[in-house]
Each structure stands twice: as C-alpha cells, then as structure tokens.
Design a protein around this ligand. Sequence first.
Ligand SMILES: Cc1cc2nc3c(=O)[nH]c(=O)nc-3n(C[C@H](O)[C@H](O)[C@H](O)COP(=O)(O)O)c2cc1C
Length: 341
Amino acid sequence: MYQYLRPLLFAFDAETAHRATIRALALLPPRALPIFPPSLTSEIAGLTFPSPVGLAAGFDKDGEVPDAMPGLGFGFVEIGTLTPRPQEGNPRPRLFRLVEDQAVINRMGFNNRGQDDALTRLKRRQLRGLVGVNIGANKDSADRIADYVAGVRAMAPVADYLTVNISSPNTPGLRNLQAGGELVDLLGAIAGARTPGGPPVFLKVAPDLEPGDHERIVRAAIDALIDALIVANTTISRPPLKSRHAGEAGGLSGAPLKPLALDSLRAFRSASGGELPLIAAGGIASADDAWERIIAGASLVQLYSALVYHGPGLARRIADGLAERLSERGMSSIAEAVGSG
Ligand SMILES: Cc1cc2nc3c(=O)[nH]c(=O)nc-3n(C[C@H](O)[C@H](O)[C@H](O)COP(=O)(O)O)c2cc1C
C-alpha cells in the first residue's frame, strides 16, 4: 500500500507531507491495542513494554495521535519535544528528505504548542498504550534547568515515562547541558522535582560525543537515578552524502546515522556494563538493524526516519522479525538477547 502512497507524499515538501500524515492519522477510528508475540514483552524501569519497537520523538511533537500509533505496530510511542511555552521553531523550509541517502535533515527547532496544550489532549486519551513525553527548554528561556523542572512537574501526570532531551542540535547551546558540571546540576534539579510513584525518567543524548564523555554521562545518570539512556539523537556530523540537500544545516538522521549511533550505543554499553538500560535510536530500518542494537546492549529501540521511506507497516514487520530471531535462537525473551552479541 505504501508503495502507492509514497510518490504522492513525496510530491509535497517534507513538512507539508508530515502535517498531512498527522491529520490523516488523527481521523482514524480508535483501534484496539495490538497483540505481540509474548517473547517480545519486556520490563524496563518498572514498565511493561509489549514490543521493544517504539516511535522516536519528533514525529508527534504535540501528542496529537499517540493512540493511532500502536495500531501501526508500535509497542510504545514518545511524543514531544514539548517545551513549557509554545514556540514556532525555525523558519521553513526546515525539514528535508535526502532520498538517495535514505536520510532526513531537520532544523525544526522545537516547534510545538507547549505543554499545557498537550496536557489537555493527553488527559482525554482513550487507549492505554505506553506513551512517553519528551521535554525540552524554550529557546529564549533565561533558565533552561528551570524549564526541565517545570516539564517534569507538568507532564508527569500523563506520562508513562519522561525523556529529558538535552541533545537536539537545533536549539543553540542546548547540548552544552551534556557537559560535566551542567549535567550534574540539571540531573540534580530533575531528581528534586520527581515525586514518589511518578514516571521513570530517561535521558536522551547526542551521538556526537568525545571519548570519556560516555563514562561521565553514565556516572552522572546513575547518581541522579535516571532510569535509562536513549542513544541517540540526530547528528551534526556529515558522513558522505549524495543528496542535493546534504549541505542543509540541522540534525541528520536515517541510514547515514546508523554506524555512528551503533558505535555510540556500544560505547555506552561498555561504560555502563549493563547497569543502566539503553534505548537505541538512529538509522534503524529493519529487524536486522534492531537485532544488532539489541545484542549490542539495547533493551528497546526507537525509529522515525525509516518510516518516511518504508511506511507505517515497518514497526510491525520489525517486531515480527525480532520474534522470529528469538525463536530461531531458542531464546524466550528479548531480555535474554540484550547485550548477547
Ligand atoms: C523531523 C525530526 C524531528 C525530530 N524531533 C525531535 C524532537 O523534537 N525531540 C527529540 O528528542 N528527537 C527528535 N528527533 C530525533 C529522533 O527522535 C531520533 O532520535 C533520530 O531521528 C534518530 O532516529 P532515526 O534515524 O530513526 O530517525 C527528530 C527527528 C526528526 C527526523
């Protein structure tokens, strides 16, 4: 089906096609949560994930269609990034398809309608699929740490988990929060804002780190009781690319990010020795890609860019492919495969 839809969507600029997709998904009648093979169920940070294949942040920034996504085969959905106050983001065009590279460059700049707007909508949700809420800071904020604290307080009541996103390349200076002292201050403030019984908190990092950063981030995360790391966001690096959009500024995702994201995951696995659950993202487009991340130490995977090229059936195909790999190897659960490579 997607082979017929794709040329139509690709006839429009990437952001127009994306908005049309969200509108169409919002019109779908509610569907029951999908049933996955039991071997795909895993417990991470006190949550039960029915499949390890999730939707990465940025697709449904405002939480408009979280209940439509499980119907497409996702075991969990991450909405956001949401900032405390609404903001427009960067001027358009700011989203580019790099078709020859099976990649995307975006410099959206946290365009979103703000946390209050999403909160109202999320309170009305009907299905109970797992929804994570990814939070960030406003571009013009005088106190970015205060924005994350506000995000934890505001969104915890409607989030199965929260993701602290300090790795977007499109808000100037945001990634400095990954640096030593700033990270410790941020994570300390977030720990202070959490309440007993509240959702687990994940930290999302960039793939563009220096040697030594991985150990330091793992230590700070464990000390501040962070529940998992998401590895990784888009990259500011530019591996060789063929597309005419290769020179656009912003974060690169999709196939060219795959080697970098895998290396980064391996570095975090070796730094954490399995002490901190890892969630892999970056260029995952097949069951082989997802399996490679899982055996390298990821407990869950997320994807976004590959949906543009392979269509909405991809998450279910990956989930089924993972279940097959488990059974071929005589493994009864994803947990058995995590880090086994
Ligand atoms: C258009 C676009 C917008 C994104 N927006 C966000 C965002 O708001 N917050 C975030 O944490 N990650 C965002 N991401 C990053 C993705 O969540 C993901 O980490 C990255 O794209 C790598 O995965 P992929 O190669 O499967 O796309 C965005 C990615 C794309 C392509």
